[in-house]
Every structure is written in C-alpha cells, then in structure tokens.
Design a protein around this ligand. Structure first.
Ligand SMILES: NC(=O)c1ccc[n+]([C@@H]2O[C@H](COP(=O)([O-])OP(=O)(O)OC[C@H]3O[C@@H](n4cnc5c(N)ncnc54)[C@H](O)[C@@H]3O)[C@@H](O)[C@H]2O)c1
Ligand SMILES: Nc1nc(=O)c(N)c(NC[C@H](O)[C@H](O)[C@H](O)COP(=O)(O)O)[nH]1
Length: 239
C-alpha cells in the first residue's frame, strides 16, 4: 500500500512555477486558502529540497484557522541532506520527516559530513530521518515507509523536479492546478513537471477531468491520474 497523493501547484498559463528569478507570486489569496484546506485534509505535505532552499516555506496551516487540528507532517525529500538548520520547515510547529539516502558508498570525508549533519538534525525534537535508496531518494520505497508510519494521504507541493520523480514512478493519484492568467516565460524557469520527461505519449501521464472552476483571477483544474490496469493489480497485491 502507498499513501494517496494529491499534486497541487500554482502555475502560470505557460506552465511555470516561478519566474527565472524565483518570483513565486502566482496564487491569489483565495487559492492559497484552498491550498491550506487541502493541507488540513491530508496527513502530510511533501516538497523537494529545491523548494526549501528557494522558498523556505513553513508548510503549516496559517491561511485558514487551524482550529483543533494538528499541522500535517512535513516531508522534505533531500538526498544529500542539504537542508539548512535554520529552515522554517524545521521549527516546532509540526513534525518533520527528512527523506534521504543511505551513504555508506561515499568516501570518508563526505561520510563524516553526513554523519555530522544527521547528528544535528536528530537533535531537533520533532525531526525524524527516513532512509530510502542511494544517490537519489527511492520514492516508491519512501511511499511504503510513510504508509507504515500511518501517513495515508500526502499533498505533494513540488517543485518540478520532485513532481517529475513522483509522476515518473506513477505515485500521484490526483492533480489540482491553479492556473493564473499570467505568462512568465523563460526556458530556465521551473515548470510544473521538470526532470527527464516521458519520451512517448504511451509513457506519459493520462488524466481524467474531475472539475474546473474560477478562483481569484484564475481557474482551478482537478483531475484523477488514470492508472493502467496492471498498476491497480500491483496495488491490490500489496494489501
Ligand atoms: N508555484 C508552486 O506551486 C510551487 C510549488 C513548489 C515549488 N515551487 C518552485 O519550484 C522551484 C523548486 O523546484 P526544483 O525542481 O528546483 O526542486 P524540488 O523542490 O523539486 O526538489 C528537487 C530536489 O529533491 C531532491 N531529490 C531527491 N530524490 C529525488 C527524486 N527521487 N526525485 C526528484 N528529486 C529528488 C534532489 O536534490 C532534487 O534536486 C522553486 O522555484 C519553487 O519556488 C513552486
Ligand atoms: N499553490 C501554490 N501557489 C503559489 O503561488 C506558490 N508560490 C506555491 N508555492 C508552494 C510552496 O511549497 C509553498 O506553498 C510556498 O512557498 C509558501 O509556503 P508556506 O505558506 O510558507 O507554507 N504554491
């Protein structure tokens, strides 16, 4: 079994997640409230280390009242443990899982640096480190470990590289995108799904429209990710 994954982004009409200079003012105020409602509905929020380094997000519920809810678990996919200790995502507002990789194949000095960083991270009360794969995080293994940690639903917020990793492994179940009436341009600007890319239509992700509606000055599009049959069988066999 794996957690149910909802991918949500704020995107410009030309598919960008920020400008080339990392201006990320895309969603309007009501859309941010929509995003925080999803945060309230899920067990965890997941981002890649690139997003933490660029945005320093809090990844807590603060645009709508938290009421008696707890903040969702924050998951940062960070294969080389680059996360700065001062990151807001490491504060005491919620539990934080750092998803990283084994590193016994590294040479001595690198190994020592990792061990040092792990000691510093583990000294932070609400931080847990989860190891999956080598070089880059094995996202399928991570999903299975998170499911065993009672994380049954995840809001995947991005960025484009992590979104690619998750789509490539067919780990996304739902897509919700706010499309702003803006054009950022820039072949180097981050897009919704970056990474290697599918080579053929057959390999690509197929979506089934659930709903669409206006929001602020933009429009929200919601889809299910179509799963091919044998993938469903695989999921069932995991039960
Ligand atoms: N507008 C939005 O909704 C939104 C949401 C999130 C991020 N962003 C923007 O996206 C940009 C960050 O995106 P990004 O692509 O640079 O970084 P990212 O946040 O996607 O993090 C990717 C990094 O995660 C690590 N990683 C480890 N294992 C991985 C795996 N198996 N697959 C993929 N990544 C793995 C790697 O270090 C990789 O470089 C920033 O500009 C941020 O503002 C925008
Ligand atoms: N849906 C959405 N619309 C945007 O316009 C935008 N810039 C983000 N960015 C996603 C990123 O993961 C964090 O949502 C923000 O960086 C702010 O996060 P916080 O409020 O600090 O938790 N997400």
């Amino acid at each position: 079994m794996k957690p149910y994954v909802i991918s949500n982004v704020g995107m410009t009409l030309d598919g960008k997640l920020s400008t080339v200079e990392n201006d990320t003012r895309i969603s309007g105020e009501n859309d941010l409230k929509r995003v925080h409602q999803i945060r309230k509905d899920v067990d965890a929020i997941m981002v890649g280390i690139g997003t933490v380094l660029k945005d320093d997000p809090k990844l807590t519920i603060h645009k709508i009242p938290l009421e008696n809810n707890k903040n969702p678990v924050r998951i940062v996919v960070d294969s080389k443990l680059r996360i700065p200790l001062a990151s807001r995502v490491l504060n005491e507002d919620a539990k934080t899982v750092i998803a990283t990789t084994a590193f016994d194949n590294l040479e001595e000095s690198e190994k020592n640096k990792r061990t040092e960083k792990i000691k510093e991270l583990e000294s932070i009360e609400n931080v847990e480190i989860v190891y999956s794969g080598e070089d880059k995080v094995d996202l399928e293994l991570l999903m299975s470990k998170l499911s065993k940690m009672d994380i049954k639903s995840i809001l995947l917020e991005g960025g484009g590289t992590l979104n690619w990793g998750m789509f490539e492994k067919n780990l996304v179940d739902e897509v919700r995108v706010y499309v702003a009436p803006k054009i950022f341009g820039g072949s180097n600007a981050p897009t919704y799904v970056d990474g290697e890319g599918f080579k053929t239509l057959e390999e690509s992700v197929e979506l089934e429209l659930i709903d669409y509606y206006q929001m602020d000055e933009g429009i929200v599009l919601e889809y299910f990710v179509k799963k091919d049959n044998n993938q469903d069988n695989v999921d069932n066999n995991d039960n």
